[in-house]
Design a protein around this ligand. Structure first.
Ligand SMILES: [Zn+2]
Length: 397
């Protein structure tokens, strides 16, 4: 079903077309993430689930990207139907960064979501430019962000620089404020963690180190910090509350929101004529629950279940067929809420409740899991039970 329109030779070509400077910078950026993971690994290791929720998935991103970033390259665009192309993340990177979707209209294109890794975003921009030429020089008209998490919004800044014809950034009505109050402060926190890591590494360097590349890594990390500091993330100027039909010549694009779910401002992109759903992070194989609202999330998924679709491009992971994954996450949310209610009835403290969950059941239901999935499972799935407990307990309003 999945056919690549931009084959490897074209992908290689777009990579080779980058100037040496860009290529070197890209390598340096990836190396810098590796550097931060190396220096800050100890800080991340000690974090509890609560802190992970507080910081989002940043430690997960740092540690896992350190393992895979150098070996893996960003995905080439794959065509999933006549008018939709997807840059799927490589399997080993699927929890690090999001899939990006391109929808072709009569005269223009729409991009859905924006990566966290700026180097990946730059490579994707080259691929999108090549695709645009191939389709008859169609400009990017809209960028839709499914939610505020940085792995869906950060590269808005790169898109804005690269595609001056963009008519508008589009998202849920809560998204502009969420980018201002969550995405940007998290980026600022990330910058601070980089600075702390750089200071530590400089001390190691001064004390004498076996790492021959440390001086270069420090230099690279400083450059990345400088880039982060200048990053200006555009916010949506076209927004909606419950639903909106995008003003677009091409396939019908409906934007939907049924309440708070994965975040308090999710956008579901529905292409009814194509029976295709772009689901953001609402029912990935292993969704992140740390900013979620379990009962409204459940309501949202049950509303989505009523829509007529047969394929789903999730925010993370491979193309989904049918509603199997949707139903698996519906059951997970139902279980988390039911179990949290009985635990609170029995006055079981949160910590004991979390310890009592039989996670193996969910590992089997949500699997099969590769090594990356195994690690993600432990980070993401207990969070559903924590959030459900906190919601039933009235801690989450
Ligand atoms: Zn997310």
């Amino acid at each position: 079903m999945t056919k690549s329109i931009v084959d490897d030779t074209i992908s290689e070509k777009s990579a080779n077309n980058q100037t040496n400077w860009e290529w070197v910078l890209g390598t340096m950026i990836i190396n810098s993430d590796k550097f931060l993971a190396y220096v800050s690994g100890k800080m991340c290791k000690g974090l509890t689930q609560k802190l992970l929720i507080l910081f989002g998935t940043s430690c997960w991103l740092l540690l896992s990207s350190s393992v895979f970033a150098l070996e893996e390259k960003s995905s080439a665009l794959k065509q999933v139907n006549a008018q939709v192309y997807v840059a799927f993340q490589k399997t080993a990177l699927r929890f690090n960064d999001s899939n990006v979707i391109i929808i072709e209209g009569d005269d223009s294109l729409v991009i859905v979501d924006a990566n966290d890794n700026l180097e990946n975003a730059r490579m994707l921009v080259e691929e999108v430019k090549a695709l645009s030429e191939r389709l008859g020089s169609k400009p990017i008209e809209y960028v839709i962000n499914t939610h505020w998490h940085s792995d869906h919004t950060l590269a808005n800044a790169i898109y804005k620089q690269s595609f001056p014809q963009i008519r508008a950034f589009v998202g849920h009505q809560n998204l502009p404020e969420l980018i201002e109050n969550k995405t940007i402060p998290q980026l600022e926190e990330k910058i601070k963690r980089y600075i702390v890591a750089i200071e530590k590494a400089e001390k190691e360097l001064a004390a004498g180190t076996e790492d021959k590349e440390l001086a270069q890594k420090i230099k690279n990390a400083k450059q990345l910090v400088a880039e982060f500091k200048q990053l200006d993330i555009p916010k949506p100027t076209i927004t909606f509350e419950h639903s909106m039909l995008l003003d677009f010549k091409g396939p019908k694009i409906e934007l939907l929101n049924f309440g708070r779910a994965h975040t308090e401002g999710d956008t579901i992109v529905y292409l009814p004529e194509q029976k295709l759903l772009l689901s953001g992070d609402l029912f990935d194989q292993l969704p992140y629950a740390g900013h979620g609202y379990p009962s409204e999330w459940l309501h949202t998924l049950k509303s989505i279940e009523k829509l007529d679709f047969d394929s789903v491009v999730p925010g993370h992971g491979a193309l989904q067929k049918g509603k199997v994954r949707l139903n698996a996450i519906i059951s997970l949310l139902e279980d988390a809420l039911d179990q949290a209610k009985s635990a609170l009835n029995d006055k079981v403290p949160q910590e004991d409740f979390i310890k009592s969950i039989d996670l193996q059941v969910y590992k089997e239901r949500l699997g099969p899991l590769d090594a990356t999935g195994e690690r993600a499972f432990g980070h993401f799935i207990p969070g559903f039970f924590e959030r459900a407990y906190q919601e039933v307990n009235g801690e989450i309003k």
